[in-house]
Structure formats: structure tokens, C-alpha cells
Design a binder for this molecule. Structure first.
Ligand code: PLP
Length: 243
């Protein structure tokens, strides 16, 4: 049985988030409805995922490949949503990711890229990916270190090799900035990711680089103002995560 009061709560939060996104889009000057809202359900039970789907959620974000695939399997035919992988992927989990997700936000090293390319080839698909960059330079965060703009050139060899992999399709960039209780303080980091995107766009114009995945529960509105095309929101929509 689906918990109807949970469905209603999620529906309210989801709509509220969508409308905050539209307000932020207006400030950014982008087209209405140009931002995709990924609802993050990591560590949440299948029953909650089911409630989120009933509430009208279209895209789910998960951090752990095995946990996500288990959820997909138990939802089976009922699962009409798009699943995104947003967490760090160990290279030995590459086949699970290549086989089960519409988009990988968090490609963070060449070795994983090569394995994903190989598994995607076996599956006969081209896997859409975003490259994750660590714009805050925190050691706890994944992604290529892009905190020092004067060293961006050092990123080019890895990026170039990834762009040459036939079975991956690089669509843009992702970041997880340092956490601030004042969301405004995250703005320079979102800007930094957008500038990095422009830097790659100048060098590799054959790629569209259209997606910028940035912003979570506390700061997605700032991220959208700075050009996010995808935001990843968990707690503000589905409530706090079980420990
Ligand atoms: C957990 C997580 C989110 C969502 O965070 P909330 O605070 O629940 O909005 C977004 N992105 C990544 C990479 C995450 O791990």
C-alpha cells in the first residue's frame, strides 16, 4: 500500500521546488522549463520511491548502483521514471551503471570512463555522461580538481581521451560545491563550473556541453540563477534520509 499522506507531502514539496526553479530561471534569463529536476532518493526505501513516482516525479537520482538496481527491480513494470546515477562509481561497478541508467552525472576518472565505454559497447549503447569537477578543491569530494583556474590545462588530456571514447556521450559537467548554510556563498563555485564549461566549449566545439548539473536542496535556486540545467534535490522534497 502506498502511503497517501506521504504522496501528498512529496507532491507539495515537488511543486514548490518546481516553482522556485521557475523563479530562478527568470532571474537567469533562460527559457522557462529549461531545467530538469532530479529527485534524489539515495538511502530511502522502495516504499518512498513508489510514493515519489505516485506524486508525479519523473527523474530519480541514486548514489549507489546496487541499491538503485534493487529498487528498479522491485518496482518492475511500475517504474516509468528515468534513473540517473549521481554518486561516485567504483570502476568495478561500471557494468551495472552502463546497463541501468539514463545518465551518469558523476564520471570522475579516466579508468572508470574506459570501463564504462567497454561495457556500453557490449550492450550496444552510447552512455550519456557528465564529467564531475571538484571546484572547491576539498579532499572529501570526487571529481577532477578544478579549483585552480591557472591549472585547467592539466585537465585537457583526460577530457580529450574521454571525448574520443565511442560509446560514451559527454553532455556536460557536474559539481558538488562545499557546503554552506548560506546558499549565496556557493554562487562562486557554480560560476566556476560554468566558466569551466565555456573553457571546454572553446576547445572542443564538436561537443555541445549543454548540461550543467549543480545545486542541491539548500542551494538549487542559486545554481539555476548561475545556469544549472539539471538540479539534484533530495531532502527538500522527500524528507531527511534514514541513517
Ligand atoms: C545526496 C546528494 C544530493 C541531494 O542532496 P540533498 O541535500 O538531499 O538535496 C545531490 N547530489 C549528490 C551528488 C548527492 O550525493
Amino acid at each position: 500500500m502506498i502511503d497517501q499522506s506521504l504522496v501528498k507531502k512529496i507532491q507539495e514539496n515537488y511543486q514548490k521546488t518546481l516553482s522556485k526553479i521557475e523563479d530562478a530561471i527568470e532571474i537567469s534569463g533562460c527559457e522557462p522549463n529549461s531545467v530538469k529536476l532530479v529527485v534524489v532518493t539515495k538511502k530511502q526505501p522502495v516504499s518512498l520511491v513508489e510514493a515519489a513516482i505516485a506524486a508525479g516525479v519523473k527523474t530519480l537520482g541514486e548514489n549507489y548502483p546496487e541499491e538503485a538496481v534493487k529498487k528498479m527491480q522491485s518496482l518492475g513494470e511500475k517504474s516509468t521514471v528515468e534513473w540517473h546515477m549521481i554518486g561516485h562509481v567504483q570502476s568495478r561497478k561500471a557494468s551495472l551503471v552502463a546497463g541501468n541508467f539514463a545518465l551518469l552525472h558523476s564520471l570522475d576518472r579516466l579508468k572508470t570512463a574506459r570501463r564504462l565505454d567497454r561495457f556500453s559497447a557490449e550492450l550496444g549503447r552510447k552512455l550519456p555522461v557528465l564529467l564531475e569537477f571538484n571546484v572547491g578543491g576539498e579532499s572529501s569530494k570526487h571529481g577532477w580538481d578544478a579549483s585552480d583556474e591557472s591549472r585547467w590545462e592539466e585537465l585537457l588530456p583526460d577530457v580529450e581521451e574521454i571525448l574520443l571514447l565511442d560509446n560514451l556521450e559527454a553532455q556536460g559537467l557536474m559539481t558538488m560545491p562545499p557546503f554552506f548554510s548560506d546558499a549565496e556563498l556557493a554562487r562562486p563555485y557554480f560560476r566556476q563550473l560554468r566558466r569551466l564549461r565555456d573553457y571546454f566549449r572553446d576547445r572542443y566545439p564538436q561537443v555541445k556541453w549543454e548540461q550543467l548539473s549543480m545545486g542541491t536542496s539548500g542551494d538549487f535556486h542559486i545554481a539555476v540563477e548561475e545556469g544549472a540545467t539539471i538540479v539534484r534535490v533530495g531532502q527538500a522534497i522527500v524528507g531527511s534520509r534514514p541513517r
